[in-house]
Design a binder for this molecule. Structure first.
Ligand SMILES: O=P(O)(O)OC[C@H]1O[C@H](O)[C@H](O)[C@@H](O)[C@@H]1O
Length: 288
């Protein structure tokens, strides 16, 4: 199975959160990309063996941040610039009295972002690591005097030993937009959604917690709770599309599932001087 990260990153490129007992998280400042989340030493996230760490391309895997646009964008690159900009360390990892390790990284507008999207902003991404749970909180501050609109998403690549044995529970009854069928809308009828082909869907207004089964080495389930991220994107490129991606191994589609909390079906407006908060929490429990 894939998911071998490079053994070494240049000093200052990554931030490690460590709350003991081999419970760690590693975030790369390029794109605020969460590269690793280990629970008792077991890796829960997927990063492609072919991921490129050149400080330019988006890192293929982990959890990169999509901002200020999900999908193709007429003003700039697909999924916006959030995942290809270098973020800064705002709060170094610190353990609070409950044992939670907290760190924050941030991104502000610069000439390059304003050329694409002419607004002043500050993003603060706060990570909170506990033994079996991990919260990612994104706050989007409009530091301009004019309002802006955006879409955003935490593009989460979750590791599995066998995609055919991994399901998502909690989507039943929801309307989804199928991006592979000209954005046709349908209602999900299955209690457990398994994938056996290329999937690219936006499930709308997801009210419930989700459970992704058999993650990591296959012996754990992952609960996903979101706040202000009502849409859930489910994606797997499957065999043919995997072959078209230069930074993704031909058979790696078997070992990952993207379940991505986002605000993507309609943009958020934030007035000048105001802010928007959203978050995603992952909790690992033993699989049945
Ligand atoms: O190849 P990327 O730009 O990283 O995008 C990877 C995928 O991201 C999301 O899941 C979208 O819904 C897909 O349409 C897209 O193919």
């Amino acid at each position: 199975m894939s998911n071998q990260l490079p053994s070494h990153f240049p000093a200052g490129d990554v931030v490690l959160l460590d709350c003991g007992d081999d419970n760690t998280a590693l975030v790369h400042l390029h794109g605020a990309t969460l590269l690793s989340w280990k629970v008792n030493g077991e890796e829960i996230l997927f990063v492609s063996e072919k991921a490129v760490f050149d400080g330019k391309k988006a890192i293929r895997g982990g959890i990169p941040i999509v901002f200020p646009n999900f999908g193709p964008w007429k003003l700039g690159p697909q999924h916006g610039f959030g995942r290809i900009k270098r973020w800064s360390l705002a709060i170094p990892p610190t353990k609070d009295k409950h044992g939670t390790v907290i760190a924050a990284i941030s991104l502000e507008d610069d000439e390059e972002t304003r050329r694409m999207w002419n607004y002043k902003f500050r993003l603060v991404y706060t990570l909170e690591l506990q033994a079996t749970s991990f919260t990612m909180n994104l706050s989007i501050h409009n530091t301009d005097i004019k309002a802006f609109d955006f879409t955003t998403l935490l593009h989460s690549y979750i590791r599995t030993p066998d995609i055919l044995n991994t399901s998502v529970t909690g989507l039943s009854g929801l309307v989804y937009v199928d991006k592979l069928k000209k954005n046709k809308k349908s209602t999900e009828l299955r209690e457990k959604v398994f994938m056996d082909e290329n999937y690219d869907r936006i499930y709308l207004e997801c009210p419930k917690d989700l459970i992704v089964s058999h993650v990591g080495c296959g012996k754990h389930n992952l609960f996903i709770k979101t706040f202000n991220l009502p849409d859930i994107v489910i994606w797997n490129p499957w065999e043919e599309k995997a072959k078209e991606m230069s930074d993704f191994g031909d058979d790696e589609y078997k070992y990952m599932i993207c379940v991505e909390g986002g605000m993507v079906s309609s943009p958020v407006t934030v007035n000048g001087g105001k802010q928007f908060e959203c978050s995603q929490t992952f909790i690992v429990t033993p699989a049945d």
